[in-house]
Design a protein around this ligand. Structure first.
Ligand code: GDP
Length: 526
């Protein structure tokens, strides 16, 4: 047993975060660079199995193998300056799905990674919205400064305009984008000069100089940096820890993941400024102290990884207490005991057993068929954490059983997938039970659903795409008006929400113009 003070000390050592970015902004490169600078403790199927890259590709599903991407969100744990950093993966690219959003319920902080040449892209903005909704503090990293891109001040304006967060740079680049020499450390006024290493494969050289030496060395590039940093000061763009934690400002740093520039500063920032694992509110809004007995919640369930065993892995974020493998915990939803004999930290090809975990850590529980996304687990004092919200679907398909004699299996499968949150199941009297509509954040969720219907539930299905891309919450009194609109459909979701579907935002705008006062509210992310 670990004493409460030991648990508190361990929780304070934890920084649990995710990188939010658009595909190709450099998330995988940054992840590898972070791991290079720190001591990797555990790797949970972390990196994408991109061609030519070392990567722990989890080959659980044929689909994953074929595409060389990982469907699982995974956690990478590493130690830096006596701090344990948990980096949770937010799947992107084709595997972008509701899971990507759900991961954000398990983190305490997010790093918004921005390509200097592209600025804030769509996927970044979607993930940002979820962070804002959850009040997650955000650190911004402007990546690829070694390549020609936007001006630094322009990028700061864009961050402010698009996110409403006041950017408070901690470092400021010396040299324009494409001519990355180093950064001005705005807190000390010192120059941190970077030196390239071959292919960025080793830790880049870094030297600190005072302003005079920097001026001699870099001339105009240094004076520009000092001048621009001065402009930021005039606008009060200085780091303020309370404003950052309250989600009003975002500390910004400049880097190049591929050259390993600025990675060290990011790690220091995570250690020095990012929040540690703190007490989380339960469903009644009461805080479960981190040194209370073990509790946690499931933020992701991965099924069908091992076809031989119908294996099911539930990822749990530890919220309080010490988790020890073998511990019998209570499943809050059913009140039943759950034995954690097969707790794992590292999974994928080499599953590695985990023995202990502290608040902020992620544990993978095997044989977790009883566990659902959002479920709470605890020992001793009962607790239920708030459910993870359902996100706005953007892709829709009608699903039907290929073989009508398999209708029973079909119904069972659909209800199971709905329950697990693999897809959202939408129904209406018009469509009937035999042809419900599936909604998803990412199209790959349909493939997972189809695969499981065919193989696990033995109910082969046909899917047919619907031409909708936008969902809005509405109320029953608007159904008649919406029903008369062309290419608009109202369906009810199993959580009771009534969703009106539109082909695009222009169609939505048209309907709103037509019916002043109509209730069409955005869902959590849309
Ligand atoms: P992800 O899709 O966000 O995981 O992006 P990757 O890490 O796969 O990077 C996408 C591409 O950008 C790859 O070709 C990387 O080598 C490249 N890249 C990543 N970071 C940098 C950077 O700092 N500078 C430059 N020039 N290229 C980068």
């Amino acid at each position: 047993m670990s004493s409460p003070s030991e648990v508190l000390a361990q929780a304070r050592r934890r920084r649990t975060f995710a990188v939010i970015s658009h595909p190709d902004a450099g998330k995988s490169t940054l992840t590898e660079a972070l791991a290079l600078h720190a001591r990797v403790i555990g790797q949970a199927g972390a990196t994408h199995g991109k061609a030519g890259r070392r990567g722990t590709v989890s080959d659980w599903m044929t689909m994953e193998r074929e595409r060389g991407i990982s469907i699982s969100s995974a956690a990478l744990q590493f130690e830096y300056r006596d701090t344990v950093i948990n980096l949770l993966d937010t799947p992107g690219h084709a595997d972008f799905s509701e899971d990507t959003y759900r991961v954000l319920s398990a983190v305490d902080c997010a790093v918004m990674l921005v390509d200097a040449a592209k600025g804030l892209e769509t996927q970044t903005m979607k993930l940002f919205e979820v962070c804002r909704h959850r009040g997650i503090p955000i650190i911004t990293v402007i990546n690829k400064w070694d390549r020609p891109g936007n001006e630094a001040l322009e990028l700061m304006d864009e961050v402010l305009e698009r996110t409403g967060l006041l950017p408070t740079p901690l470092t400021w680049p010396v040299g324009d984008s494409g001519d990355f020499r180093g950064v001005l450390d705005r807190r000390t006024g010192q120059y941190i000069k970077f030196t390239r290493t071959e292919g960025g494969a080793t830790i880049a050289g870094e030297e600190r100089f005072d302003a005079d030496a920097a001026s001699d060395m870099e001339g105009q590039a240094w004076s520009t940096a000092v001048e621009e940093s001065g402009l930021l000061e005039l606008e009060d763009q200085q780091h303020d820890q309370d404003a950052f934690l309250a989600g009003r400002t975002t500390p910004v740093m400049f880097g190049s993941a591929v050259l390993n520039f600025g990675v060290h500063q990011l790690l220091d920032t995570l250690v020095d400024l990012a929040p540690y694992a703190e007490a989380r509110p339960d469903s009644d809004g009461e805080l479960r102290p981190v040194d209370a007995p073990f509790s946690g919640f499931v933020f992701k369930v991965q099924a069908g990884m091992d076809t031989a065993h119908r294996d099911r892995l539930a990822f749990v974020r530890v919220c309080s207490g010490l988790f020890t493998r073998g511990m019998v915990v209570t499943h809050a939803a059913t009140g039943k005991p759950f034995a954690t004999k097969y707790a794992q930290h590292v999974f994928g090809r080499d599953r590695e057993v985990i023995d202990e975990a502290y608040p902020g850590d992620v544990v993978g529980l095997v044989n977790a068929s009883a566990l659902r996304v959002g479920d709470s687990l605890y020992v001793d004092k009962p607790v239920s954490f708030p459910p993870i919200p359902t996100f706005a679907p953007e892709h829709f398909m009608v699903i039907r059983a290929k073989d009508s004699s398999k209708y029973k299996q079909f119904r069972r499968g659909i209800s199971q997938l709905d329950h697990e949150g693999v897809v959202q199941v939408l129904r209406s009297d018009l469509r009937g039970d035999q042809a419900p509509v599936l909604g998803a954040v990412g199209p790959m969720q349909f493939e997972v659903a189809e695969d499981r219907m065919n193989n696990e539930f033995n109910a082969p299905v046909k899917l047919e795409r619907l031409d909708f891309s936008l969902a809005r919450r509405t109320t029953p009194d608007w159904i008649p008006q919406l029903g008369r609109e062309r290419s608009v459909e109202v369906l009810s979701r199993s959580d009771g929400e009534l969703l009106a579907l539109f082909s695009d935002r222009w169609r939505l705008a048209g309907v709103e113009r037509e019916h002043p006062g109509i209730v069409l509210e955005p869902l959590v992310v849309s």
